[in-house]
Design a protein around this ligand. Sequence first.
Ligand code: FEO
Length: 400
Amino acid sequence: MLEKAVEIVPGVYWVGAVDRERTIFDSFMSLPYGTTYNSYLIKGKGRTALVDTVSPDFADTLLKKVSEVVAPETLDYVVMNHAEPDHAGTLPKLLSIARKAQLVTTKKGLGMAKVFYDIPEERVKVVAGGDTLSLGDKTLRFVDAPWLHWPETMFTYCVEDKILLSCDFFGAHVASERLYEEEVGDVVLSEAKRYYAEIMMVFLNPVRKALEKLEGLDIKIIAPSHGPVWRNSDKILQAYRRWAIGPLRPRVVIIYVSMYGSTTELEKAIVAAIQEEGVEAVAYNMLSADVSHIVQELVDSSAIVFGSPAFYGGVHPRLASSIELIRTIKPRGKTMAIFGSYGWAGGAVKEIKARLQPAGFDIVDFLEVQGPPREEDLKKASALGKNIARKVKESLVREF
Ligand code: FEO
């Protein structure tokens, strides 16, 4: 179905590419469902604009689909909402064919177009939030949306059709033969949450500002640059509001690894104690867990518990990258506890604390046990679990 251009509303076409083979993004995010690079052609009565392009590997796919609607040579504008190569990497080839087309982007986008793609300044039309571009019977209005998730990012709003072209914002890495979210199913919202966690969560204030700005727009359709198009725009708008502004869930994420089973025994006692307090607990063993699923959990979880055996006086290497990632992405729920076990000397708890406390995490309890946990150690682990669960309940009461 997506072999050809798809007309979303009269004069607005999806002309993107479906990439089923890609398994990882940014050498970090796993892509179990592949992805798409969505490009949109807006054909007005007077002029034609292409909004965002595709990954350079799919340049021919893009040109073929554009050709089904208009000759690429006749494009008047190419809008660059975002300069990252998965959306703008085809610009050099496209602009060499569409010789009269102007590249439309933000002031910061101009700098990036020069650095990344050698686009000469005279071919660039710089726009700011609120500026409009008339295509005849269709108008594009640009919405300033910096840091979502690069400094130059913006959105393009199709005024008459009430379509928001939001690039990465509201996106999901899902490749499908169906264009619309409601035809693909629940996986889209779940993958949109993982995408939000990995790409947007770190920019919480810009996300909130953008959501506030969008409240002033009448949006019928949201067409992002990855994954299906949202014809029920409220579904993803409300989800983003929940993730960025809404209350956190009474849920603790336990991230641990064990060498001889001692840390696992402590983890089981902690999970049981948290659940006894009526708080959800979900544990990830880093031996097999995908860190991107943990990050997805952290969008709306209230607390994190790290568990590590001492590894030569420090944290176990299987945990190290997730600690760094969590420090970087700054989840909203910053209540934390740390536990672990050791053979001849500890060190893991101290190292995790040293890395995360300065980043604003509130470490409410910790426990480090030598050798296999005895009865009294398991009691201490239960007490740690109850303690963090109570802190979670208290923090949620304070939110309301
Ligand atoms: Fe999909 Fe930030 O690129």
